[in-house]
Design a protein around this ligand. Structure first.
Ligand code: THU
Length: 165
C-alpha cells in the first residue's frame, strides 16, 4: 500500500512590530540588543536571539563567528546553550530572532538555519514545552507556535528508541 501524505504548517504574520503583545515586544528589543554584541566580521550579518524562560528571565545570545568558519555559532544556539547551562530547570517558552546588517535591522525576518531548528527541537523535547518562535524583521514579524511548524518529520529522541540486536 502506498500513501501520499501532506504536512501543513501555519504561522502568524504581523505587518508591524508594534502589533505584538508587550511580552513579545520586550523580547524583540532584547534580541535586537543582543545582535549589537554579535561578532560577525566575516558575514557582517549580526544575529541576536532572546529566550524567555518560564520564570520570566530573559537570556540572550548572538552569533560568534570564527576564521575557521564551521567553528562559528549562531545566535539561537548561543542563547539556548546559555539558558540550558545557567538555568537548566527553567523552561524556554519563547525565542525571538532578529538580525542586522550595516544598513540596520533587516527588512525580512531571519529564519533559523537547519542546525538551530534541530537544537530548538531538542530543547522542546528536553523540557516537554513548545516554544513560541518569533522571527523579527524591521516591521514584518512571523510567529510560529512550536518547532513542528519549522521542522516537520524531525529526528528526535523517539528515533533512538530502537531495538538493537
Ligand atoms: N546565523 C545565525 O546566527 N542564525 C541563523 O539562524 C542563521 C545564520 C548567523 C551565522 C553566521 O554568523 C551569519 O548569521 C551568516 O550566516
Amino acid at each position: 500500500m502506498i500513501r501520499t501524505k501532506k504536512i501543513s504548517f501555519s504561522y502568524t504574520e504581523y505587518e508591524k512590530t508594534e502589533e505584538l503583545d508587550s511580552e513579545s515586544l520586550e523580547l524583540v528589543r532584547a534580541a535586537r540588543d543582543a545582535a549589537l554584541n554579535a561578532y560577525a566580521p566575516y558575514s557582517k550579518f549580526k544575529v541576536g536571539a532572546a529566550v524567555r524562560l518560564e520564570s520570566g528571565i530573559i537570556v540572550r545570545g548572538a552569533n560568534v563567528e570564527n576564521a575557521a568558519f564551521p567553528s562559528g555559532i549562531c545566535a539561537e544556539r548561543s542563547a539556548l546553550s546559555n539558558s540550558v547551562s545557567n538555568h537548566p530547570d527553567d523552561k524556554p517558552v519563547a525565542i525571538v530572532i532578529a538580525s542586522m546588517t550595516e544598513d540596520g535591522i533587516t527588512t525580512d525576518p531571519p529564519s533559523p538555519c537547519g542546525n538551530c531548528r534541530q537544537v530548538i527541537s531538542e530543547e522542546e523535547s528536553r523540557t516537554g514545552t513548545r516554544m513560541k518562535i518569533i522571527l523579527s524583521g524591521k516591521n514584518k514579524t512571523i510567529v510560529v507556535d512550536g518547532i513542528n511548524n519549522l521542522l516537520p518529520l524531525q529526528f528526535d529522541r523517539n528515533n533512538l528508541k530502537i531495538n538493537l540486536p
